[in-house]
Design a binder for this molecule. Sequence first.
Ligand SMILES: Nc1ncnc2c1ncn2[C@@H]1O[C@H](COP(=O)(O)OP(=O)(O)OP(=O)(O)O)[C@@H](O)[C@H]1O
Ligand SMILES: [Mg+2]
Length: 502
Amino acid sequence: MQEPTQLLVMEKVSKSFPGVKALDNVSLTVKAGTVHALMGENGAGKSTLMKCLFGIYAKDDGHIYLEGKEIDFKSSREALDNGVAMVHQELNQALKRSVMDNIWLGRYPKIKGLPIVSEKQMYTDTKKVFEELGINVNPKTIMSTMPVSQRQMVEIAKAVSFNAKVLVFDEPTSSLTEKEVDHLFRIINMLKARGCGIIYISHKMEEILRISDEVTIMRDGQYVATKAAQDLTMNEIIKLMVGRELTNRFPPKEYQVGNEVVLKVENMTAMYSALQNVSFSLKKGEIVGIAGLDGSGRTELLENIFGSANRKEGKLILRGKEIHNRTPKESISNGFAMVTEERRATGIFSIMSIRDNTVISSLKKYLNHHAYLSNKAMAKGTDWSIKAMHIKTPSQSTKIRALSGGNQQKVIFGRWMLTQPEIFLLDEPTRGIDVGAKYEIYQLIMDMAKNGKSVMMVSSEMPELLGVCDRILVMSGGRLAGEVDAKTATQEEIMTLAAKYV
Ligand SMILES: Nc1ncnc2c1ncn2[C@@H]1O[C@H](COP(=O)(O)OP(=O)(O)OP(=O)(O)O)[C@@H](O)[C@H]1O
Ligand SMILES: [Mg+2]
């Protein structure tokens, strides 16, 4: 018998995939009216555990009880019908359809007695859900016209609309703005007050400590510990996750940036966004951070330099010579590479292997003297990437979609490292990456700079900018509000500049 407060009990759940024991006897108990955080490194098994609950994967072993009754959902439909809802790590929406279509897909309200969808009913039902949650979106908007963060909010509203008792949020905030995170937390607190049990997965420590009541930590498919959030510090969580003490969050800086200017950007102004008149220069071996609030033009600046957004005006001077970077292709041939913010949406060939996904942007490098692609050389490149990025995979030929979300990100990062760019543009390079692997990525970025390459990186995490960069440009309302020296600047200084043109 389960105690009544034990809403969900997962007992000794195991699950294997070819070559991987993803879950090994994992147990988890979620009490009604609480937020239970699930933490662990990339590939620890968090998403897999939740997919076993939600009927996407069949567990090999173990038991799951909901309100004391054993359950074993065979599909997500069955889970939803029985009070379990999930917001997935990867958004999977019908982008050409409307918001309300996406919410009611598969359970459309019908006109009484007829097999016809009642658009009117659907509209009012959606309105009702949105009003209750304080979401300000027209139900008739086409999904593809909305920013990812709003699409994510729609997904959250959809999960709530099933009136579930247990709600799983798998990295829900990876593409939300700060304001939306606050909004989500208000929604979660409302659900908590209704007696729901919330399972919350995130790599953001601050969030975990802010929203959760209890924390369960997993490592390599195994259960490590469950503790009350109030008894945990960030360092303790890291230690439990990684299995060792991480004394430094950032690698030491051990070189000096020279004076040689590699790239000059003059008057960069975007055609379709607020970005205007941004000028600065980038030195050889320099890591320049770009700070600012969401919507301040950080991503647009990188996109305009890389040619993936339309420029209205602006000049690029590479080592004293004007270049144009009209398209990403042209930029790549000029020695640029860009890791985008939405890696999973824009960068992954999901049914292809890890090797193919790794070498695809540097194929020229792998031609042998007969002008054929050399398997040996491609294997070597991929091997380097897997080792350097600590990618958790059974083999190079594994399909990328079988990797955990964080490990997919690492493959894409490795792909661009292998192109050996002179100028590396990074948009939120460590989003969705666990703490241990973040350190490795910082090290790789710093090594590149040490080898004379230049890096520009956008990040919403200020400690990361201060810890990794030499200099930080602060954007505000599409303009460059100022720049600070990363060695001496404070977060307050950056925040003040970020608010300059808001
Ligand atoms: N469909 C699948 N086929 C094969 N292996 C899989 C599949 N899904 C997950 N795995 C493997 O199971 C392990 C756990 O993956 P899971 O996605 O649960 O990790 P996670 O803790 O959610 O990580 P992240 O923080 O990166 O999202 C990984 O080694 C992954 O490669
Ligand atoms: Mg996951």
